[in-house]
Design a protein around this ligand. Structure first.
Ligand SMILES: Nc1ncnc2c1ncn2[C@@H]1O[C@H](COP(=O)(O)OP(=O)(O)OP(=O)(O)O)[C@@H](O)[C@H]1O
Length: 605
């Protein structure tokens, strides 16, 4: 089996391109800084050679610098001031350069994150169902942040130090090429070693990131389901699960640390040997008179100037390794394409009556097994179709095909006679009001949650929608009424109250087709009646597909479809089905004998 191709990391270039001005300015500043670093040891050279040892100035510097014999103190003062000036200039350039590169990093991260978020939002449900929640968060926040460190490391560390190294090598060659070659012979060894370790480090860091993502996914899963954990007193079990994963993450990090820890000392050792050899050879050259003490100082200072960033490659290597892994991981998500896309020739119809027709629809979530077989029915405007059947018989799956959360595997679904695959996706979804069994609310005021149903709707429209479905008094009874804050996922509201908000939201969106997944949980009789009335008001005048759990809903439906293992086994009105004396009739009679509240829940044999 061949390993899957690594996603490209080039996509970052597109994000850097608009930053060319700031990047150019930053690079110029850092190039200037490299010059300053190059110049820094020179005043000291002149102090040693000319001020202390009273050597004559090079002919080029006559008239530029005060004479070392006649104006010794002036020369010393000037050199001292130059050192001070160079130090201050270096600080200023570092400040400006850092700001420029850090700002570019922030802006790039902002855009990468926004684009990735927008992209992820539009990926089809099958992608999201495959992902662990924590994994998405890990890539959106953690991985994206690595890019910022990477841009800063390139601009702030690599660029000035790289230029400095090149500059220093050139100057060394100009002073004494034989000596310079000896000093620089260490550079290829450092380079090869840095590459060797960078590759190994990258592999390890990829492991670290994978384990960290899994850990954050697991954490989110456990803490998100903390109620179940506590209810079954499984805290110790979850501690163990968390501990096991955290252990894997720790092992991966320790392995990466080992590589990194080897890298620094190995570089240091080579640099120490090189410095020793150069100092020794340099001292001999000074004794023989082929090198001045000041020049030896320049060599040693430059060697330090080369060694310091080389040593820093250990740190930069880690940042690069992490960024490289992050680029791959974000690239993987960027390469994902929504499986449900608009038809190129899709044109939005002017109006929608809401007639939904299933024609011999078959569907499976994966290639493994079909969940729906040969489903055909028609939902007319103003009518209600109820889906009943055992758990897992395919009711929610049928409902999810209408807004194209998934596409039918075979057969077709038509809206007003047009195949829904030929209609613009956004338009199609705007024609459908959805009330889920467990409605999802956002952390916002109640009226804002209702107004979510229609872009641009305000508080008064939200209240009017709640009034239309007759749940306004239920909401008004809450502390704060329509302005009450809903906390994350709406957990501070009861199941019935959440349903009321969701029904009002579907009402507000004014869609001609509504899909209602009735709450199957027990509600008190009064709330249940109110909800039923609200659902009826929402469904009236529209085409309503109801996943029915209540006898009252089923009885009043225009068409009842009884599902069993993804097939429609019976169909007709309540009266027809009772007369047919089949599965439905048996169930109905059995349920009528059960005291209130009646729930229609067929159970597979
Ligand atoms: N995302 C999914 N991936 C794979 N299989 C799925 C997925 N969702 C549902 N299924 C499978 O499809 C079948 C039908 O599920 P569906 O949710 O439509 O049943 P249902 O009749 O709505 O059940 P319930 O009344 O319990 O909500 C089940 O066997 C289920 O395991």
């Amino acid at each position: 089996m061949t390993a899957p191709a690594r996603p490209s990391r080039r996509w970052l270039v597109a994000y850097l391109r608009p930053e060319w001005r700031a990047l150019g300015a930053g690079s110029a500043v850092m190039a200037a800084r490299a010059c300053v670093l190059l110049a820094l040891p020179w005043p000291l050279k002149f102090i040693i050679d000319n001020v202390i040892f009273q050597r004559k100035l090079a002919p080029l510097l006559h008239g530029v610098l005060p004479d070392p014999v006649a104006h010794r103190v002036e020369l010393l003062n000037l050199l001292g001031l130059t050192m001070l000036g160079l130090g201050a200039l270096d600080a200023l350039l570092v400040f400006v350069g850092n700001r420029l590169f850090l700002d570019v990093g922030q802006r790039v991260v902002f855009r990468v994150r926004s684009d990735l978020f927008a992209h992820l939002q539009r990926l089809s449900l099958d992608f999201h169902r495959r992902q662990r929640g924590g994994e998405l968060m890990a890539r959106l926040s953690g991985d994206v942040r690595q890019l910022q460190d990477f841009i800063a490391a390139v601009g702030i560390d690599l660029l000035p130090h790289g230029l400095t190294i090149i500059g220093m090598a050139t100057v060394m060659l100009l002073i004494d090429w034989r000596y310079a070659l000896l000093a620089l012979s260490v550079a290829p060894i450092l380079f090869l070693m840095a590459r060797f370790y960078a590759d190994r480090l990258r592999q390890r860091l990829r492991q670290v990131r994978r384990q960290e993502s899994t850990l954050s996914g697991l954490t989110q899963e456990i803490l998100g389901g903390v109620q179940v954990v506590q209810a079954f007193a499984r805290e110790t079990h979850e501690d163990a699960r968390f501990g096991e994963q955290a252990g894997k993450s720790l092992t991966a990090s320790l392995q990466a640390n080992t590589v990194q820890a080897q890298f620094g000392p190995a570089m240091n050792f080579i640099i120490a040997v090189a410095t020793g050899a150069i100092a020794w050879y340099g001292a001999i050259s000074v004794i023989q008179g082929t090198l001045t003490p000041g020049e030896l100082l320049i060599f040693l200072a430059y060697l330090r100037g080369i060694a310091t960033p080389a040593r820093q490659f250990a740190k930069t290597g880690r940042i690069f390794g992490r960024a490289s892994v992050a680029l791959e991981r974000i690239g993987e998500y960027r390469a994902e394409q929504p499986s449900i896309v608009d038809d190129q020739n899709a044109v939005a119809p002017e109006a929608c009556a809401g007639r939904v027709e299933f024609r011999a629809v078959g569907f499976g979530y994966g290639a493994a097994q079909d969940v729906l077989h040969d489903i055909s029915f028609t939902l007319e405007p103003g009518r209600t179709v109820a889906l009943v059947g055992a758990t897992g018989s395919g009711k929610s799956t049928i409902a999810s095909l209408i807004p194209r959360f998934y596409d039918a595997g075979s057969g077709s679904i038509l809206l007003d006679g047009s195949d829904i695959r030929t209609l613009p996706l956004n338009w199609l979804r705007r024609q459908i009001g959805l009330v889920l069994q467990e409605p999802l609310l956002f952390q916002a005021r109640i009226w804002e949650n209702i107004a979510y149903g229609m872009a641009g709707a305000g508080r008064s429209e939200a209240i009017a929608a709640a009034r239309d479905v007759g749940v306004d008094d239920i909401i008004e009874r809450l502390p704060g009424g329509f302005d009450a804050m809903v906390n994350e996922r709406g957990l501070n509201l009861s199941g019935g109250q959440r349903q009321c908000v969701a029904i009002a939201r579907a009402m507000l969106c004014g869609a001609p087709v509504v899909i209602l997944d009735e709450p199957s949980s027990s509600l008190d009789a009064a709330t249940e009646q109110r909800l039923m009335r609200a659902l009826e008001r929402l469904a009236s005048q529209r085409a309503a597909l109801v996943i029915a759990h209540r006898l009252a809903t089923v009885m009043n439906a225009d068409l009842i479809l009884v599902l069993d293992q993804g097939r429609i086994v019976e169909r007709g009105s309540h009266a027809d089905l009772l007369a047919a004396a089949g599965t439905y009739a048996t169930l109905w009679h059995a349920l009528r004998e059960i005291p209130e509240p009646p729930k229609l829940r067929l159970v597979s044999p």
